[in-house]
Design a binder for this molecule. Structure first.
Ligand SMILES: [Fe+2]
Length: 307
Protein backbone atom coordinates (compact mmCIF):
# COMPACT_ATOMS: atom_id res chain seq x y z
CA UNK A 1 0.00 0.00 0.00
CA UNK A 2 1.19 3.48 -0.77
CA UNK A 3 2.23 5.81 1.98
CA UNK A 4 -0.45 8.00 3.44
CA UNK A 5 -1.02 11.05 1.33
CA UNK A 6 1.49 13.75 1.92
CA UNK A 7 0.09 16.15 4.46
CA UNK A 8 -1.44 19.08 2.65
CA UNK A 9 0.28 22.40 3.05
CA UNK A 10 -0.71 23.61 6.47
CA UNK A 11 -2.26 27.06 6.53
CA UNK A 12 -0.25 29.66 8.39
CA UNK A 13 -3.14 30.50 10.69
CA UNK A 14 -3.18 26.95 12.09
CA UNK A 15 -0.97 26.25 15.12
CA UNK A 16 0.55 23.28 13.27
CA UNK A 17 2.27 25.43 10.68
CA UNK A 18 6.02 25.28 11.15
CA UNK A 19 6.43 28.31 8.92
CA UNK A 20 5.13 30.69 11.53
CA UNK A 21 5.28 30.49 15.31
CA UNK A 22 2.62 33.13 15.91
CA UNK A 23 -0.44 30.91 15.67
CA UNK A 24 1.34 28.13 17.55
CA UNK A 25 2.36 30.31 20.49
CA UNK A 26 -1.11 31.82 20.85
CA UNK A 27 -2.75 28.39 20.70
CA UNK A 28 -0.17 26.89 23.07
CA UNK A 29 -0.82 29.55 25.70
CA UNK A 30 -4.58 29.01 25.54
CA UNK A 31 -4.16 25.26 25.66
CA UNK A 32 -1.88 25.17 28.71
CA UNK A 33 -3.67 27.95 30.61
CA UNK A 34 -6.53 25.95 32.02
CA UNK A 35 -5.29 22.47 31.22
CA UNK A 36 -4.18 21.10 34.58
CA UNK A 37 -7.34 22.37 36.21
CA UNK A 38 -9.61 20.53 33.77
CA UNK A 39 -7.44 17.43 33.64
CA UNK A 40 -7.65 16.80 37.36
CA UNK A 41 -11.28 17.82 37.81
CA UNK A 42 -13.50 15.04 39.19
CA UNK A 43 -15.04 12.63 36.69
CA UNK A 44 -18.24 13.89 35.07
CA UNK A 45 -21.19 12.20 36.71
CA UNK A 46 -23.68 10.75 34.22
CA UNK A 47 -26.96 9.86 35.91
CA UNK A 48 -28.21 7.67 33.04
CA UNK A 49 -25.48 6.41 30.69
CA UNK A 50 -27.96 5.71 27.88
CA UNK A 51 -29.40 9.24 28.06
CA UNK A 52 -26.95 11.84 29.33
CA UNK A 53 -28.56 15.21 30.07
CA UNK A 54 -27.73 18.28 27.98
CA UNK A 55 -25.49 19.66 30.73
CA UNK A 56 -23.68 16.34 31.24
CA UNK A 57 -23.08 16.04 27.51
CA UNK A 58 -21.93 19.67 27.27
CA UNK A 59 -19.43 19.12 30.08
CA UNK A 60 -17.96 16.03 28.36
CA UNK A 61 -17.64 17.91 25.06
CA UNK A 62 -16.04 20.90 26.80
CA UNK A 63 -13.43 18.66 28.43
CA UNK A 64 -12.73 16.93 25.11
CA UNK A 65 -12.36 20.35 23.49
CA UNK A 66 -9.81 21.41 26.09
CA UNK A 67 -7.90 18.17 26.75
CA UNK A 68 -9.11 15.74 24.05
CA UNK A 69 -10.39 13.43 26.78
CA UNK A 70 -13.07 13.25 29.45
CA UNK A 71 -13.54 10.76 32.28
CA UNK A 72 -17.12 10.05 33.31
CA UNK A 73 -18.77 7.91 35.95
CA UNK A 74 -22.18 6.36 36.05
CA UNK A 75 -23.66 6.05 39.45
CA UNK A 76 -24.66 3.41 40.29
CA UNK A 77 -22.65 1.28 37.86
CA UNK A 78 -24.73 -1.25 35.97
CA UNK A 79 -23.33 -4.77 36.64
CA UNK A 80 -25.30 -6.26 33.70
CA UNK A 81 -22.72 -6.38 30.88
CA UNK A 82 -25.28 -6.85 28.09
CA UNK A 83 -27.32 -3.91 29.33
CA UNK A 84 -24.14 -1.80 29.44
CA UNK A 85 -23.53 -2.58 25.74
CA UNK A 86 -26.93 -1.14 24.84
CA UNK A 87 -26.44 1.86 27.10
CA UNK A 88 -22.99 2.58 25.65
CA UNK A 89 -24.35 2.46 22.11
CA UNK A 90 -27.00 4.98 23.00
CA UNK A 91 -24.44 7.10 24.90
CA UNK A 92 -22.05 7.43 21.96
CA UNK A 93 -24.89 8.37 19.59
CA UNK A 94 -25.12 11.64 21.50
CA UNK A 95 -21.64 12.68 20.36
CA UNK A 96 -22.12 12.30 16.61
CA UNK A 97 -19.66 9.41 16.50
CA UNK A 98 -19.40 6.96 13.58
CA UNK A 99 -18.59 3.49 14.87
CA UNK A 100 -15.70 1.66 13.22
CA UNK A 101 -17.45 -1.69 12.83
CA UNK A 102 -14.86 -3.71 11.02
CA UNK A 103 -12.54 -4.62 13.86
CA UNK A 104 -12.11 -8.41 13.91
CA UNK A 105 -13.31 -8.69 17.50
CA UNK A 106 -16.21 -6.26 17.30
CA UNK A 107 -19.13 -7.92 18.97
CA UNK A 108 -22.70 -6.82 19.34
CA UNK A 109 -23.25 -3.07 18.70
CA UNK A 110 -19.69 -2.62 17.32
CA UNK A 111 -18.38 -2.89 20.86
CA UNK A 112 -15.28 -4.94 21.70
CA UNK A 113 -15.08 -6.71 25.06
CA UNK A 114 -11.55 -6.47 26.44
CA UNK A 115 -11.19 -9.34 28.85
CA UNK A 116 -8.79 -12.22 29.43
CA UNK A 117 -9.65 -14.91 26.93
CA UNK A 118 -8.02 -17.73 25.04
CA UNK A 119 -10.68 -17.74 22.33
CA UNK A 120 -8.86 -18.67 19.13
CA UNK A 121 -9.29 -15.42 17.23
CA UNK A 122 -7.99 -13.37 20.16
CA UNK A 123 -5.27 -15.69 21.45
CA UNK A 124 -1.85 -14.11 21.44
CA UNK A 125 -3.20 -10.56 21.26
CA UNK A 126 -2.05 -8.54 24.25
CA UNK A 127 -5.34 -6.65 24.78
CA UNK A 128 -7.00 -9.99 25.62
CA UNK A 129 -4.28 -10.99 28.07
CA UNK A 130 -3.19 -9.80 31.52
CA UNK A 131 -0.08 -8.22 30.07
CA UNK A 132 0.86 -4.56 30.07
CA UNK A 133 0.16 -2.58 26.89
CA UNK A 134 2.75 -0.04 25.83
CA UNK A 135 1.92 3.53 24.80
CA UNK A 136 -0.06 3.83 21.57
CA UNK A 137 -2.97 5.46 19.83
CA UNK A 138 -5.66 3.06 18.65
CA UNK A 139 -5.60 1.83 15.07
CA UNK A 140 -2.01 2.95 14.37
CA UNK A 141 -1.81 0.13 11.81
CA UNK A 142 -5.03 1.13 10.00
CA UNK A 143 -5.25 2.26 6.39
CA UNK A 144 -5.38 6.07 5.95
CA UNK A 145 -9.11 6.07 5.22
CA UNK A 146 -9.82 3.98 8.31
CA UNK A 147 -8.08 6.09 10.92
CA UNK A 148 -9.47 5.97 14.44
CA UNK A 149 -10.15 9.52 15.62
CA UNK A 150 -12.10 8.86 18.82
CA UNK A 151 -12.89 6.06 21.22
CA UNK A 152 -14.61 5.12 24.45
CA UNK A 153 -13.16 2.77 27.05
CA UNK A 154 -15.75 1.76 29.63
CA UNK A 155 -15.06 -0.30 32.73
CA UNK A 156 -17.68 -2.91 33.60
CA UNK A 157 -15.42 -4.66 36.15
CA UNK A 158 -11.91 -3.48 37.12
CA UNK A 159 -9.01 -5.85 37.78
CA UNK A 160 -8.47 -6.81 41.42
CA UNK A 161 -4.84 -5.78 41.06
CA UNK A 162 -3.30 -3.50 38.39
CA UNK A 163 -4.81 -2.62 35.03
CA UNK A 164 -4.02 1.06 35.51
CA UNK A 165 -3.86 3.35 32.48
CA UNK A 166 -1.96 6.50 31.73
CA UNK A 167 -3.36 8.94 29.19
CA UNK A 168 -1.72 11.82 27.40
CA UNK A 169 -3.32 14.32 25.08
CA UNK A 170 -1.70 14.10 21.64
CA UNK A 171 -1.54 17.90 21.53
CA UNK A 172 0.51 17.96 24.75
CA UNK A 173 2.94 15.44 23.24
CA UNK A 174 3.12 17.75 20.21
CA UNK A 175 3.85 20.78 22.42
CA UNK A 176 6.60 18.98 24.33
CA UNK A 177 8.31 17.96 21.09
CA UNK A 178 7.92 21.28 19.29
CA UNK A 179 9.18 23.23 22.30
CA UNK A 180 12.24 21.01 22.25
CA UNK A 181 12.87 21.42 18.53
CA UNK A 182 10.42 22.00 15.65
CA UNK A 183 12.61 19.72 13.49
CA UNK A 184 11.34 16.78 15.58
CA UNK A 185 7.77 17.63 14.55
CA UNK A 186 8.81 18.02 10.94
CA UNK A 187 10.37 14.54 11.02
CA UNK A 188 7.28 12.99 12.60
CA UNK A 189 5.00 14.63 10.01
CA UNK A 190 6.91 13.01 7.17
CA UNK A 191 4.53 10.73 5.20
CA UNK A 192 6.90 7.79 5.67
CA UNK A 193 7.89 8.44 9.29
CA UNK A 194 6.52 5.20 10.77
CA UNK A 195 5.83 1.85 9.07
CA UNK A 196 4.07 -1.18 10.50
CA UNK A 197 4.63 -4.29 8.38
CA UNK A 198 1.80 -6.44 7.08
CA UNK A 199 0.41 -9.03 9.45
CA UNK A 200 -1.35 -12.36 8.91
CA UNK A 201 -4.57 -12.13 10.92
CA UNK A 202 -6.00 -15.15 12.78
CA UNK A 203 -9.02 -15.13 10.44
CA UNK A 204 -6.70 -15.79 7.48
CA UNK A 205 -6.78 -12.26 6.09
CA UNK A 206 -3.68 -10.16 5.59
CA UNK A 207 -3.53 -6.72 7.16
CA UNK A 208 -1.49 -4.65 4.71
CA UNK A 209 1.59 -2.66 5.58
CA UNK A 210 0.75 0.72 7.08
CA UNK A 211 3.09 3.60 6.22
CA UNK A 212 2.41 7.13 7.38
CA UNK A 213 3.21 10.11 9.57
CA UNK A 214 2.97 10.19 13.35
CA UNK A 215 1.37 13.64 13.37
CA UNK A 216 -0.96 14.76 10.62
CA UNK A 217 -3.56 17.45 10.15
CA UNK A 218 -7.05 16.49 9.02
CA UNK A 219 -9.23 18.40 6.58
CA UNK A 220 -10.93 19.88 9.65
CA UNK A 221 -7.61 21.44 10.72
CA UNK A 222 -7.33 19.13 13.75
CA UNK A 223 -4.15 17.35 14.72
CA UNK A 224 -4.23 13.55 14.66
CA UNK A 225 -1.64 11.12 15.90
CA UNK A 226 -0.64 7.62 14.88
CA UNK A 227 1.86 6.06 17.25
CA UNK A 228 3.07 2.92 18.96
CA UNK A 229 5.96 2.55 21.37
CA UNK A 230 6.45 -1.05 20.26
CA UNK A 231 9.98 -1.86 19.21
CA UNK A 232 9.33 -5.04 17.20
CA UNK A 233 7.50 -5.14 13.88
CA UNK A 234 7.91 -1.43 13.32
CA UNK A 235 10.32 0.58 11.24
CA UNK A 236 11.08 4.24 11.59
CA UNK A 237 12.22 6.25 8.60
CA UNK A 238 15.95 5.82 8.24
CA UNK A 239 16.90 9.33 9.19
CA UNK A 240 18.77 10.66 12.25
CA UNK A 241 16.16 13.28 13.18
CA UNK A 242 13.33 10.73 12.95
CA UNK A 243 15.19 8.33 15.23
CA UNK A 244 15.89 11.15 17.65
CA UNK A 245 12.26 12.28 17.60
CA UNK A 246 11.01 8.73 18.29
CA UNK A 247 13.46 8.39 21.20
CA UNK A 248 12.48 11.76 22.70
CA UNK A 249 8.78 10.98 22.36
CA UNK A 250 9.37 7.65 24.13
CA UNK A 251 11.25 9.48 26.91
CA UNK A 252 8.41 11.99 27.30
CA UNK A 253 5.90 9.16 27.65
CA UNK A 254 7.95 7.26 30.22
CA UNK A 255 8.64 10.46 32.15
CA UNK A 256 6.45 12.19 34.70
CA UNK A 257 4.85 14.97 32.69
CA UNK A 258 2.49 16.94 34.96
CA UNK A 259 -0.19 16.88 32.25
CA UNK A 260 -0.21 13.10 31.99
CA UNK A 261 -3.20 11.44 33.63
CA UNK A 262 -3.11 8.17 35.57
CA UNK A 263 -6.43 6.40 36.01
CA UNK A 264 -7.63 3.10 37.32
CA UNK A 265 -11.21 3.17 36.12
CA UNK A 266 -13.73 1.76 38.58
CA UNK A 267 -16.90 -0.11 37.60
CA UNK A 268 -19.16 2.25 35.68
CA UNK A 269 -16.39 4.70 34.83
CA UNK A 270 -15.12 5.36 31.35
CA UNK A 271 -13.05 7.63 29.19
CA UNK A 272 -14.33 9.38 26.09
CA UNK A 273 -11.47 10.74 24.00
CA UNK A 274 -10.19 11.89 20.64
CA UNK A 275 -7.93 8.80 20.45
CA UNK A 276 -5.27 10.13 22.79
CA UNK A 277 -2.05 8.32 23.71
CA UNK A 278 -2.62 5.65 26.35
CA UNK A 279 -1.14 2.54 27.94
CA UNK A 280 -2.13 -0.09 30.52
CA UNK A 281 -0.22 -1.86 33.27
CA UNK A 282 -0.39 -5.64 33.68
CA UNK A 283 -3.11 -6.92 36.02
CA UNK A 284 -4.24 -9.83 38.19
CA UNK A 285 -0.84 -11.55 38.13
CA UNK A 286 -1.98 -14.74 39.88
CA UNK A 287 -2.78 -16.81 36.81
CA UNK A 288 -4.29 -19.58 38.95
CA UNK A 289 -7.15 -17.21 39.69
CA UNK A 290 -9.46 -16.12 36.85
CA UNK A 291 -9.35 -12.41 36.09
CA UNK A 292 -12.74 -10.76 36.13
CA UNK A 293 -11.64 -7.55 34.45
CA UNK A 294 -14.03 -6.47 31.70
CA UNK A 295 -13.74 -3.29 29.68
CA UNK A 296 -15.75 -2.31 26.63
CA UNK A 297 -14.09 -0.42 23.84
CA UNK A 298 -15.79 1.42 20.99
CA UNK A 299 -13.77 3.07 18.24
CA UNK A 300 -14.84 5.80 15.85
CA UNK A 301 -13.78 7.25 12.53
CA UNK A 302 -14.55 10.82 13.58
CA UNK A 303 -13.92 13.08 16.54
CA UNK A 304 -16.25 13.88 19.41
CA UNK A 305 -18.74 16.39 17.98
CA UNK A 306 -17.97 19.97 18.97
CA UNK A 307 -14.52 19.21 20.34
FE1 LIG B 1 -5.70 1.19 22.94
Amino acid sequence: MAAMEKTAVIQDDLPWSLESNRAYLAWRERKLDNYAQVLHAPAVRIADLANPSESERAELIERCRKTNLAIYRTDPANPDAMAVRRELRSFVDGFGLKIAERHRSAGEQGIVALTVTDAERQRGYIPYSRKAINWHTDGYYNAPDEQILAMVLHCVRPAADGGVSQLMDNEIAYIRLRDRDPALIEALMHPEAMSIPENAEPDGSLRPVSVGPVFSVGSDGKLTMRYTARTRSISWRDDATTRKAAAILQAILTGDDPLMLTAKLAAGQGVLCNNVLHNRTAFDPDTDQPSNRLFYRVRFHNRVKGS
